[in-house]
Write a protein that binds this ligand. Structure first.
Ligand SMILES: [Zn+2]
Length: 396
């Protein structure tokens, strides 16, 4: 089988390499891509980027957002731009990034979508197999894209399972439209749902935050796509209060805003939803008997994530790092890990620990974990449905 003990808890940590096959852009390419594809429609944002940064490949998103965040916080000008200009530019850049991800997700071809369905099946199976009371699977995602959750949800919907299995973002999320069956974390288990924990440490392109009540909406399973947020959308809950709070003036209704934790060297997480996600990630990593880190290069600049690993992964946990073959860099002649390679960074970071590498990439790893063949996904999902029905009838 897969070398796991029956009751081991496994936590997956997903980096950008996990979504590569879906065509999701790497962070280092995002700025160039949104400039080249014309997603920056605003002349003002174009002018800020052209005046302040050289927009060749050397400009990192961290640089851009660090400048925005420090200037806005200190109410400082930058060149002839006021902090308010920079605040608008920042918002426009976030929306352009979301558009880029949405465009990329729309263009995922059928074969690649089915590849992720095979993985989605294996995660649903791992969650369902131990019964509703178990807590032996969790996913920590460092990615903004929502490919994994959307594939899982579409597969559940196809098999009429969205009222029995749900994505649990480990914070208080609300479905954007009432055609979605998604409900928030707190009530999933009590309402008989097998919750698949997906903790998104950097927010999500599929999340929207109300600027007034701070409710967090998700497009998971909803008719409305993320791109709808480009047109102002009002908070449904605040709309109920319009007469009391805004004297019936619908123009004053709060709108939903994108919710990404953007890369910056001065990163802070003041938002309670994100704090809850990080807190839950810490607890789940500490409980893990095995941590499987997939497609993540763990750069030095990600000190929050590195600190999270240091604080929470136990000495006796197995650590499996899944990387593509091209990342295999053997130790140097003196036996020391190579510096400045992903392979070497992990060897040094987890020195003396129970560390294993798998260089077969995402596909190789999930084949090993018995993700099923793409043409078998639907028949295997029927077995999952029967398993849930048996569990429900025996507990009734
Ligand atoms: Zn609201």
């Amino acid at each position: 089988m897969t070398g796991r003990k029956e009751h081991d808890k496994v936590v997956f940590v997903l980096g950008a390499g996990f979504s590569k096959r879906a065509g999701m852009p790497l962070q280092s390419k995002i700025l160039r891509l949104i400039i080249e594809t014309g997603l920056i429609g605003s002349p003002m944002l174009k002018e800020v980027l052209a005046s302040v940064f050289s927009t060749d490949d050397s400009t990192s998103l961290e640089d851009v957002f660090t400048l925005f965040d420090t200037s806005i916080e200190a109410r400082n000008n930058c060149l002839h731009f006021t902090w308010k200009d920079l605040d608008s530019a920042r918002d426009l850049l976030v929306r352009a990034i979301i558009s880029l991800f949405c465009d990329s997700q729309k263009s995922i071809d059928g074969r690649d979508w089915r590849f992720y369905e095979g993985i989605a099946y294996s995660l649903i199976r791992d969650r369902v197999v131990g019964g509703i009371g178990e807590d032996l699977l969790a996913i920590v995602s460092l990615n903004w894209d929502s490919v994994l959750e959307d594939v899982i949800y579409a597969l559940l919907a196809r098999h009429d399972l969205t009222k029995t299995v749900d994505i649990d973002y480990c914070c208080y999320t609300k479905a954007l439209d009432d055609d979605s069956d998604h409900i928030n974390s707190l009530v999933q288990k009590s309402l008989g749902r097998h919750n698949i924990k997906v903790m998104k440490l950097h927010g999500s392109v599929s999340w929207l935050l109300c600027s007034n009540c701070r409710r967090l909406y998700t497009t998971l399973g909803s008719r409305s796509g993320v791109l709808d947020l480009m047109f102002p959308r009002h908070c449904e809950e605040c709309s109920k209060l319009v007469r009391k709070m805004w004297k019936g003036d619908a123009k004053k209704l709060p709108v939903l805003e994108p919710f990404l934790v953007t890369p910056t060297y001065v990163k802070a997480f003041p938002n309670p939803h994100i704090q809850m996600v990080w807190h839950n990630a810490q607890i789940n990593l500490a409980e893990a008997d095995e941590v499987v880190i997939i497609g993540y290069s763990m750069p030095d600049s990600d000190f929050h994530v590195r600190n999270l690993f240091r604080r929470s992964i136990r000495d006796d946990s197995r650590i499996t790092v899944v990387l593509p073959q091209s990342d295999r860099k053997p130790a140097e002649e003196d036996g020391r890990a190579a510096v400045d390679t992903t392979h070497g960074r992990y060897q040094r970071f987890f020195a003396g620990r129970n560390l294993n590498f798998r260089f077969g990439g995402v596909e190789g790893y999930f084949n090993y974990r018995k993700a099923c063949r793409r043409d078998e996904v639907d028949s295997r999902m029927v077995e999952i449905k029967q398993m849930i029905e048996t569990e429900n009838s025996s507990s009734a």
